[in-house]
Design a protein around this ligand. Structure first.
Ligand SMILES: Nc1ncnc2c1ncn2[C@@H]1O[C@H](COP(=O)(O)OP(=O)(O)OP(=O)(O)O)[C@@H](O)[C@H]1O
Length: 511
């Protein structure tokens, strides 16, 4: 059964006045349980997402014999098709929607707005890394985006004030679409992310990406931020984890600075909010976020969310909030297949100038199957070990290092308490000191290693790890980077980390 036919029938069955809304709608694709429908403008999208949604989803589900969700995207090109002759009044309006408010360099980005994809078709063949200006455009098309020609973003860049730096928007410069490897496990969320970045507030709103830890959700979120900023200079992009959002909200109440907090999150063009599962059970923060969400959504500002579960399973979230999350497009990242894992390792090796022959990359990729963070960690350890021993990276070396990293018979569960206790014992310091404020050199190193191991061996988020040590997430990020670097430079650190990892894993296995 094809979506075109079903959509036509479903529209036919509507009341004439309702049918009028859908005159210029166009079904784009059916991806698993999501039917993507393009409409010409925000107003129509509002109708579809509001009063017509339940009915249309029911009818689509009946026809396909399974539950179908609808995701609506705006494609202004459809209006042109629907309207036989533009009136004189309309013409200038369209033109102003054609990016004339934006910086010239933005409009002239290669590969954009031409409608003729410079990108390759990604449905077949090897995983590849994404180049948004070509491939993204084409994928955007696959998801019903008309490219960004004719797209009126609805906000103007603030020319008098310089655009915020990546630091101010808190985007990790390494997490871009260029460094993201596309494979079958993430093709759809990647395409959705590109579409949203090319047409913020128009494509799918909100976009929600869910999936297990270490599969690239945060990476995609940051990539959207970078890409929006490169396309629309002056666009206000804000990235925040839900934990930070919660903490800032609590602090704002404490300091009686709610207004400032509200402005911070409501006065943005794109809000990227990570790990919304942390909002579960936090009633007051949920309430605040609900209003933030509504303010942004009503103003057609883009919201992108990530979660470790689909919204349906976020049980301790208020219904009205969960319901909001289900308005737009929901898509998941899955564990990468072997080819994608190899491609990710190749890319990482090239980026960080780590030399490892193809058989070693394949070996690592075959051993570490689910978490990309662990996959990258294993590559770093193998190359660091070789570097310290002034040896070539080869299979026998990789086998030794990975044997320590991956125990026979599956992974035991490792907690931060275990890591902290073992690290404290290993370095001969007390747990209180390890997690306390003292900044003695020995202690700082032990603490950084403990933080690094929490990042490596558990699925805890940066803020969660930070909390264990009474510090914020940036300290954890710094520690993680620092230890990764020292692993390659200092044999003592490499040995300590390896030995400690073994001890922790052994202890975890013994229960
Ligand atoms: N497709 C990919 N291509 C290249 N690198 C990737 C890809 N997916 C993930 N990574 C890398 O894997 C690491 C973990 O990814 P990320 O932090 O985005 O995962 P996550 O799903 O947000 O995990 P968590 O829920 O634990 O925060 C990052 O270093 C990221 O750059």
């Amino acid at each position: 059964m094809d979506l075109n036919t079903v959509w036509r029938d479903v529209v036919e069955e509507l009341q004439p006045n309702q049918r009028a809304w859908l005159r210029a709608s166009e079904p784009v694709t059916l991806h698993e349980n999501t039917a993507i429908i393009a409409v010409p403008n925000d107003f129509t999208r509002g109708q579809l997402e509001g009063r017509l949604r339940a009915h249309l989803e029911d009818r689509l589900s009946d026809r396909f014999g399974r539950e179908i969700r609808m995701a609506v995207t705006v494609n202004p090109g459809l209006e042109d098709e629907a309207a036989p002759l533009p009136t004189i009044d309309e013409a200038p309006a369209r033109q102003s929607g054609n990016n004339s408010d934006w910086d010239a360099d933005v409009v002239d980005l290669p590969g954009h707005g031409t409608g003729h994809g410079a990108g390759r078709v990604l449905d077949h063949g090897e995983p590849e890394s994404s180049r948004p200006s070509g491939i993204g455009h084409q994928l955007g098309h696959q998801l019903g985006q008309g490219g960004h020609s004719g797209f009126d973003p609805g906000y103007t860049p603030e020319r008098p004030t310089p655009p915020p730096t990546a630091l101010e928007t808190r985007l990790n410069p390494k997490y871009t679409f260029e460094t993201f490897v596309i494979g079958s496990s993430n093709r759809f969320p990647h395409a959705a992310a590109v579409a949203v970045a090319e047409a913020p507030g128009k494509a799918y709103n909100p976009l929600l990406v869910y999936g297990e830890s270490g599969l690239g959700k945060t990476h995609l979120l940051h990539a959207i931020g970078h890409y929006v900023r490169s396309l629309y200079s002056g666009a206000k992009v804000r990235y925040v984890s839900s934990e930070e959002f919660t903490n800032e909200f609590i602090n704002a109440i404490r300091d009686d600075r709610q207004d400032r907090f509200k402005r911070r999150y409501r006065d943005v063009d794109v809000l990227l909010i990570d790990d919304i599962q942390f909002l579960e059970g936090k009633t007051q923060t949920q309430e605040e976020f609900f209003h933030t969400f509504n303010t942004l959504h009503n103003a057609n500002k883009q919201i992108v969310l990530t979660s470790d579960r689909p919204p349906k399973l976020l049980e301790a979230l208020e219904d009205r909030l969960r319901n909001r999350f289900e308005w737009g497009l929901i898509t998941d990242v899955q564990a990468p297949d072997l080819e994608t894992r190899i491609a990710i390792l190749r890319k990482k090796a090239a980026m960080d100038r780590l030399t490892a022959p193809p058989d070693v990359l394949e070996f690592i990729a075959s051993k570490i199957q689910t978490n990309i963070r662990e996959l990258e960690g294993a590559l770093i350890r193998v190359t660091a070990f070789a570097n310290l021993n002034r040896q070539e990276v080869d299979m026998s070396l990789a086998e030794i290092v990975l044997k320590d990293l991956i125990p026979e018979g599956g992974e035991p569960e490792i907690t931060s308490q275990l890591i902290i206790a073992q690290t404290a014992a290993y370095f001969g310091v007390s747990i209180d000191d390890l997690c306390g404020p003292s900044r003695g050199r020995h202690l700082v190193m032990a603490r950084q290693i403990a933080m690094y191991l929490c990042r490596e061996l558990t699925s805890m988020s940066l803020p969660q790890i930070g909390k264990e040590f009474g510090r914020d997430h940036t300290t954890v990020m710094y520690a993680d980077r620092k230890i990764n670097q020292l692993l390659a430079e200092r044999r003592a650190v490499f040995n300590q980390v390896s030995e400690l990892t073994n001890r922790i894993k052994m202890q975890a296995r013994q229960g």
